[in-house]
Design a protein around this ligand. Structure first.
Ligand SMILES: *Cc1c(COP(=O)(O)O)cnc(C)c1O
Length: 462
């Protein structure tokens, strides 16, 4: 054992190695040092624990190379989404188009007029461009944009109902992923939760009976990630608006996903659009920037000037301010909604949602053809299935899709595919590994075939 330990080369032996330095490129030398130390430590531990390892320099160099590669690669990187979930919160939600990304690159590699009025030559407003497009699209009187919709809810409640009661239906006290719970957000904002109705039924009279001189807001929350079915009743936005008007209390709707396009156009059942909610007369509405809008993470607040002014002046607004990258992505995405046909074409979320069955099937067939040309070592087949919108939007609705099924041990294949340099995330259904082609971009198919081949070979080898 002592003999083996003595034979481990010193750190310096690798630190000036030409191959390793080449791999390191212009990155800090500390990363190489750390890779060397980690590998030498591991080997030392292995030897001490009685494992039979030969501390050969070439063997160690290869291990250091692999470790260094791991350090050099950002931990956040591209994956191929073959889950079919278009707005997958764990996989980065909305995809941004090449055009917008190009624009972003141009914008952020130099200075910009983010808060500079070029006409007047002095400080200008940060949100002016977003403001005009959003007003144009929705007819809203005023606009505020913050870091995300969770932040928007906290800001609106803090600004409009601190110390006052907020009336909300029991059926809408939602929790969504990442510990966002309406009752807790309410508490944080300083507003007092006034639950009305029951889990499955809430009537207008429930709201009305709860109104007192301490009522600050009537709140409606979109039940984004579940549906109450069966013996149910809820109060429409219009009815709530009428009640609010009668008592002079503002009405706020947290729309969650918030679409500008009627989802019936992609074959789903009706959900109110942002425009519908504003037309119904709510005083304030908020929604996410990276769900059905297909832009960047943000919370968009629209509504009547008198309330938006209070919201914009609240200190939380400054704390939840969005970055210029977000601003640029939103502005360049929103503009397409001025012509819905263009939105379907240019906003990747809508392009993915509105693909025809034929288009998806063609992608699946293309993948199968490439795999067959490469003598793929397992059976593959074309399978019809359904995909989800995701992002806590339209929880019970499904879109028909086409998948490529790979007939190999599904758990094993899943694990190996997740471990590839460009990881692939598919789904397992009825003990079958499926690649849902709805969310695979045409430009990814060739790379996907290579990754699958490599993964299948390694699954087969064991
Ligand atoms: C998604 C969602 C939120 C949170 O939005 P983020 O942009 O993810 O912060 C809040 N409320 C509802 C109803 C939602 O669906």
């Amino acid at each position: 054992m002592k003999e083996l330990l003595k034979r481990i080369p010193k750190v310096d032996y690798f630190l000036n190695d030409k191959d390793l330095l080449f791999l390191l490129g212009d990155k800090p030398r500390y990363l190489l040092l750390k890779a060397i130390r980690d590998v030498l430590d591991e080997v030392r531990q292995d030897i001490l624990s009685g494992k039979k390892v030969e501390p050969e320099p070439d063997f160690l160099k290869e291990k250091i190379k692999q470790k260094l590669k791991g350090f050099l690669r950002p931990k956040l990187h591209r994956v191929i989404n073959a889950t079919g979930v278009v707005l997958h919160t764990n996989l980065g939600r909305a995809v941004i188009s090449e055009e917008v990304a190009e624009y972003l690159k141009e914008l952020i590699t130099g200075y910009s007029n983010l808060e500079y009025d070029l006409q007047k030559g002095r400080r200008g407003l940060r949100y002016r461009n977003l403001e005009w497009i959003l007003k144009e699209l929705t007819g809203a009187e005023d606009v505020c944009v913050v870091n995300n919709n969770a932040g928007a809810v906290l800001l609106v409640l803090s600004a409009l109902s601190k110390g006052k009661e907020v009336v909300v239906s029991r059926g809408e006290l939602i929790e969504i992923g990442g510990s966002f719970r309406i009752p807790e957000v309410m508490e944080q904002s300083g507003a007092i939760l006034k639950e009305v109705g029951t889990t499955n039924k809430t009537h207008l009279r429930d709201y009305e009976n709860a109104i007192s001189e301490n009522t600050g807001l009537l709140l409606k929350v979109h039940t984004s990630n579940y549906k109450i079915m069966g013996f149910t009743a809820s109060v429409s936005t219009e009815e709530l608006v009428r009640l609010g008007k009668k008592y002079g209390i503002p009405v706020y709707e947290d729309l969650g996903s918030g679409s500008f396009i009627d989802v019936r156009k992609i074959g789903l059942s009706y959900e109110p659009t942002v425009q519908d909610v504003l037309k119904a007369g709510v005083d304030v509405v908020s929604f996410s920037g990276d769900k059905l809008l297909g832009g960047a993470q943000a919370g968009i607040i629209l509504g009547k000037k008198q309330y938006l002014e209070r919201i914009k002046k609240h200190p939380l607004n400054r704390a939840l301010r969005i970055d210029k990258m977000t601003l640029a992505v939103l502005e360049n995405t929103l503009v397409y909604y001025l012509d819905e046909k263009l939105a379907f074409e240019k906003v990747p979320t809508w392009r993915l949602l509105s693909q025809t069955q034929e288009e998806i099937k063609r992608k699946a067939e293309k993948l199968i053809q490439l795999l067959k040309e490469k003598n793929f070592p397992a059976r593959i087949s074309l399978v019809q299935d359904t995909s989800e919108v995701g992002g806590g939007a339209l929880p019970t609705q499904q879109l028909p899709t086409w998948c490529v099924a790979v007939h190999l041990s599904p758990e094993r294949l899943d694990e190996v595919l997740r471990g590839q340099e460009i990881p692939v995330i598919g789904r397992i259904k009825n003990n079958l590994y499926l690649l849902d082609m709805r969310t695979v971009m045409p430009s990814e198919i060739s790379a996907l075939s290579e990754i699958l081949l490599k993964a299948a070979n390694s699954v087969k080898m064991v």
